[in-house]
Design a protein around this ligand. Structure first.
Ligand SMILES: [Zn+2]
Length: 162
């Protein structure tokens, strides 16, 4: 019985599996030996054991990769107002040609809100900017849409340099 050895489970917890660069044998390296030159028990080849892999300091997409919350809010407000304005214009009969494009834009905006959380940041931004262009055009008939369109362009580009 090798009484001096640590219990098996503590070896597992503090050891890293490495591969000998000389004979490709799988070796367990103790955490305190990480970065030290160790010798392979199979071929006696000496090599520097790798340092333990540090957990990523930042999640890959999380560093400056958030869509500005103002984009979503502006699209939502604009979508609601386009819906109301579109219905108002359609009810005036002769204004239906103005109301229908506003209703279509409102539907696209509400679909955008529903899907934005599953989009990549790039898609969320480019689609918001496309919506903003249509909002500014429809802003000739709906001031809220114009304001929201300008806000979306400002918010969508505000974090681009981060
Ligand atoms: Zn070896």
């Amino acid at each position: 019985m090798a009484s001096g050895k640590p219990p098996f489970d503590s070896v597992e917890a503090h050891a890293t599996t490495v591969y000998c660069p000389h004979c490709s044998a799988e070796l367990l390296v103790q955490a305190q030996q990480a970065g030290d030159v160790v010798s392979c028990p199979h071929c006696n080849g000496r090599f520097q054991s790798p340092l333990p892999q540090a957990p990523a300091a930042f999640p890959p997409a999380g560093f400056g990769g958030q869509l500005h919350p103002g984009v979503k809010i502006s699209v939502l407000i604009s979508g609601i107002f386009n819906l109301l304005a579109g219905m108002f214009w359609i009810s005036t009969v002769c204004g239906a040609f103005i109301g229908i494009p506003q209703l279509v834009l409102a539907i696209f905006e509400l679909v955008y809100i529903a899907q934005v959380d599953r989009m990549s940041l790039q898609d969320a931004r480019s689609q918001a900017q496309l919506l903003a262009v249509f909002q500014i055009i429809s802003g000739m008939f709906n001031l809220v849409s114009l304001v929201c369109g300008i806000l979306i362009l400002a918010f969508a580009s505000s974090e681009r340099s981060v």
